[in-house]
Design a protein around this ligand. Sequence first.
Ligand code: URA
Length: 373
Amino acid sequence: MAASGDQVDLSPLAGVKIDKHSTGGVGDKTSLVVAPLVAAAGIPVCKMSGRGLGHTGGTIDKLEAIPGFRTEMSLAALFDQVRAVGIGLVGQTGNLVPADKQLYALRDVTGTVASIPLIATSIMSKKLAGGADGFVLDVKVGDGAFLKTKAEAEELGQLMVAIGKNAGRKTIAVLSAMDQPLGKAIGNALEVKEAIATLRGEGPPDLEELSLALGAQMLILAGAEQETSAAQARLKKLIANGEGLQVFTRWLAAQGGDPQVVEDLSLLPTAPIVTQVQSSKRGYVGAWHTEALGLTSMRLGAGRAQKGDPIDHGVGLVIEKKIGDWVETGDIIAQVYARSQAEAAVAVDEVLAEVELTPTPPPVLPLVIGYII
Ligand code: URA
């Protein structure tokens, strides 16, 4: 499958090129944090990413929220940029894995879209054709992921790691929880703001934790570090000394984006209506219906129901209470960023139905569930 169309040759770029892939979630903006941090550690980042569909977002859509940011360029221009600033990220170009398109159509009519081996081959054929020397695969588990159970996610992770290794690429999978949005922000410009805050060391703890976990594995696969703890410490230092944010700023500028947004977040698009979602009950947040939150955000305009639909970069949700937090009646549990009062009102009602409050604290589950090596 990987050889059925164009295959990118990254060998003109010096160094070990490690790609990161997420199976998709809600509020997952880790690539925006991890890519500049890994580049700041001296590992070249040359990456292709996708757009969002349904309840999940896509890195390319998030980057396009930055005024001027270009996500299309020739491979030669991308290589020049990676040599100059250490990082480049574009949308998928060329005729990568045409066999996957045919097989996907066949899966669609044979009830095999959900087949885990076929998902593994679909994802990994595109990764292999992308040409990286190694892959860190973030396999999401939970209500906001497309695999809802740990057993299914483990099976997918094991197959993808085996495929990567059999093809001679260093591959590791990280199983991570997607039982609530990652961080607070869902929606493109909102997520860019949160990624910038995280690169400043002021981001939500869960987003920082997963970014460090994935970034550390990238450094290890690239041979830059041996131990997870040392690799994480190095990335933390690149947050603390501002070097990760500097690389992010140079990266934006190199792809035509307005680098002023880093200092002045008001330059990012924002929705005209911002409405608070106030709880009508009290209790601990026991669960968020995460896929449903992703769909609410999509209907506000942050995502697309069909491939090719236009999106609005300014809209979305900010989740103010995470699982385990105590909520009093009247507390703000979320904020809705909408294009109109009418759309905001619909989203407020939906968000209120998408949270479950419980009288006792729910069990605290780990964000990083395990590694498949
Ligand atoms: N992502 C893919 O690329 N293919 C699938 O089949 C599922 C998720």
